[in-house]
Design a protein around this ligand. Structure first.
Ligand code: SF4
Length: 220
């Protein structure tokens, strides 16, 4: 093992079906990094806030390699809360993986390698973390990146709709997702709002994994 390889705190590494983004449905190897300074009201990965195992990037690569899966996602917690996450992303790219990054939008994506497919949240009012949004990230998106609003209320929806228009979001990235908070906002309600408003450039996202496995299952 390369003793000079940087280390990261890792919550879990596992193989599953991608549940979110335009990559939903594909088999995907997940690397969940530990830690997140945010406390979104709907967070479903609180177990990753603390703890985990300190692993060298070289060790992480060996564990991921075992799955022989071409699609890899780095997620959290908030992966970019560990600055050396960008080195892991670069190492994964160099191994030839298609690399996805799920990030809260509260950290700059400036140093994320351009070839990474970034899925960037914009935190809505009911998350309780709206003030954390780093609006400069919108200028750093690549055409293959995606934006996600997690919507818990009608107010969130109206807010997200206004942000889409204000920043011409659909022209800045590949997909803009509207995702209802699981167990709080019925998907049918959000679907009706989108259709009533003829929002033809947003995509309804359901968290596929929560329909395949029990919603609170870890490591799937
Ligand atoms: S950013 Fe993600 S991991 Fe952090 S509190 Fe919000 S939902 Fe949870």
């Amino acid at each position: 093992m390369d003793e000079s390889s940087p280390t990261l705190m890792v919550s879990e590494i596992y193989l599953s079906i991608q549940g979110e983004s335009s990559w939903a449905g594909y088999p995907c190897a997940f690397i969940r990094l530990s830690g997140c300074p945010l406390r979104c009201s709907y967070c479903d990965t609180e177990y990753a806030f603390t703890g985990g195992q300190r692993l060298r990037i070289t060790e992480i690569l060996v564990r991921v390699q075992k799955f022989q899966c071409p699609l890899v996602e780095v997620t959290g917690g908030e992966p970019l809360a560990q600055p050396r996450c960008t080195e892991l992303l670069q190492a994964l790219l160099e191994q030839g993986y298609r690399v996805l990054l799920e990030t809260s939008g509260a950290f700059s994506i400036e140093k994320v390698p351009r070839d990474v497919y970034k899925i960037v949240d914009i935190k809505c009012p009911s998350s309780g973390e709206m003030e954390r949004n780093q609006w400069r990230n919108l200028d750093l998106l690549a055409p293959h990146d995606e934006i996600k609003f997690v919507i818990g209320t009608r107010d969130d929806y109206e807010w997200a709709k206004a942000i889409c228009a204000q920043y011409s979001l659909s022209s800045r990235c590949r997909v803009v997702h509207f995702s209802p908070v699981f167990g709080k906002l019925p998907p049918a309600d959000l679907s009706h709002w989108i259709l009533d408003d003829r929002l033809y450039d947003v995509r309804l996202q359901l968290q596929l994994h929560k329909f395949i496995w029990p919603p609170d299952t870890q490591g799937v």
